[in-house]
Design a protein around this ligand. Structure first.
Ligand code: 5BU
Length: 451
């Protein structure tokens, strides 16, 4: 069945009705869409599945239906494609397993969510949140009808891929062209759509905070505001001279330099002296991206001992939480004169990173209890309680490096991921003229009105 014939059928079986209807939000509408009646017509259910199937991505692991209207639709699509079905309950069971999802799945499964009618998208976002909390990845959403009342913009603002078989405008135009509705009704419907236009999604602009409880984080914020730069240069160069030269050029425009001190082939303690000097002269902080990931005792040794004596010069260090809460507790209990602020890694930018929803959720169980923690390195995760968000994998010129790194633009990192600080490596240090290239990054972040 072609899409137009399917629309006629929806009209015939009263899934599309014209008249005067009071909607859930109290407004009066001349058109009413109620897809629940479709289940009384098994052959139309099959036609619907056939219309949806060409749009289904190849990598879907599970199809999920949301009760009630979309559930049978998802079921038919599941049977036709042989992709297993999940049901997302309306309420969690109050007894026994307290499950919210029925059916077999595993963390990281990619989901096709089937919906009947999408209006503002608010309830769909709630469903998505619940599925994501279970570690599922919403790969795709297919809806039968988009009422064009903000739902698609809301979902795309959150980077979800939505396919609508029909928009409400498609329905009205097709039915008019095919003489299923008369001119007077058509004019009334067009006027209705005009006077209730798609509400614009106003995502508040991301502003860099002004205050932080931790003195080092406060210093970073002060520098960022005064330079109007939230750029952290990741200087992954391998000789001391290259690192220092790069920072002499770009120092005035960054709020911190992040280094991997252990990749320097000619490291000497003189390097640290010069590095600190350039940092002071150009007013930026130093981050050692050591990614501590050991038991508490070893971490303290790695921080304070060895040729790099990281705690003696780094203002901030990165740390994995794979060892659990003990990792942070050992540093909290460590009595020392100079303790770098901590930036735990909650999510990684590399393709296939194991930092999934479950991992992130486990981290948040203790993340906020440690005053040395000033922020997190993450991608989608949005830290709360004043923690700053640091995002690597930012590049203006490319989307990947063929070694697993995945890049976003500065605009996406700030406006969509809501990052406070952008970590940029090769995008800057591999540029022929880093001091010119950095101006492009500065222009991009300032355009986002983050300051
Ligand atoms: P790039 O050249 O912009 O890809 O460098 C990114 C830097 O950020 C590099 O030093 C990585 O070690 C670091 N990084 C990252 O890219 N992704 C992550 O998830 C984490 C750190 Br954690």
């Amino acid at each position: 069945m072609n899409p137009n014939s399917f629309l006629h059928a929806l009209l015939d079986i009263n899934c599309i009705r014209f008249g005067k209807f009071t909607l859930k939000n109290g407004s009066i509408s001349p058109i009413y869409l109620d897809m629940r009646n479709l289940i009384s017509y098994p052959s139309l259910m099959e036609d619907l599945a056939a219309l949806m199937m060409p749009h289904i991505s190849e990598n879907i692991d599970r199809i999920c239906g949301v009760p009630y209207a979309a559930l049978p639709m998802a079921t038919v699509v599941s049977m036709k494609t042989q992709i297993p079905l999940l049901i997302k309950r309306k309420e969690a069971k109050s007894h026994g397993t307290k499950k919210i999802i029925e059916g077999e799945y595993k963390t990281g499964d990619r989901i096709l969510l089937v919906e009947d009618v999408i209006t503002s998208g608010a309830s769909l976002i709630e469903t998505i949140d619940e599925l994501e909390k279970e570690g599922l990845i919403i790969e795709q959403i297919i809806t039968l009808v988009d009422r064009e009342q903000g739902g698609s913009s809301l979902l795309s603002s959150k980077s979800y891929a939505l396919k609508s078989l029909f928009t409400i405008s498609d329905i009205i135009n097709t039915l008019f062209k095919e003489n299923k509705i008369n001119e007077a009704l058509f004019d009334e419907l067009v006027a209705y759509l005009k006077q209730s236009p798609t509400p614009e999604i106003k995502t508040p602009k991301r502003k860099l905070p002004a205050q932080h409880a931790h003195p080092t984080a406060q210093k970073l914020l002060d520098i960022a505001h005064s330079k109007r730069s939230n750029l952290i240069a990741s200087v992954d160069l391998t000789t001391c001279a290259e690192v220092l030269n790069f920072l002499r050029k770009t120092g005035p425009f960054i709020c911190a330099a992040k280094i991997h001190v252990d990749i320097l082939v000619d490291f000497t303690t003189d390097f640290l002296r010069e590095l600190k000097q350039i940092a002071i002269e150009n007013n930026f902080l130093l981050i050692e991206d050591r990614k501590f990931a050991d038991i508490g005792n070893t971490q303290l040794l790695q921080l304070s001992q060895g040729i790099y004596s990281i705690a003696s010069w780094a203002d901030m260090v990165t740390i994995h939480l794979i060892a659990g809460e003990a990792a942070l507790k050992a540093i909290k209990d460590w009595e020392t004169d100079r303790k770098p602020a901590l930036i735990p890694i909650i999510e990684m930018s590399s393709a296939g990173a194991l930092t999934d929803k479950n991992y992130v959720e486990n981290c948040t169980k203790f993340l906020y209890n440690y005053p040395d923690v000033v922020g997190t390195v993450c991608q989608k995760f949005e830290p709360e309680k004043g923690l700053l968000k640091f995002t690597p994998g930012v590049n203006l010129a490319t989307k990947s490096d063929n070694k697993g790194q995945q890049y976003n633009s500065p605009e996406f990192a700030i406006s969509t991921l809501h990052s406070d600080f952008l970590i940029i490596g090769r995008g800057l240090y591999e540029a022929a003229n880093p001091e010119i290239e950095i101006e492009k990054y500065l222009a991009a972040v300032r355009e986002c009105e983050i300051f």
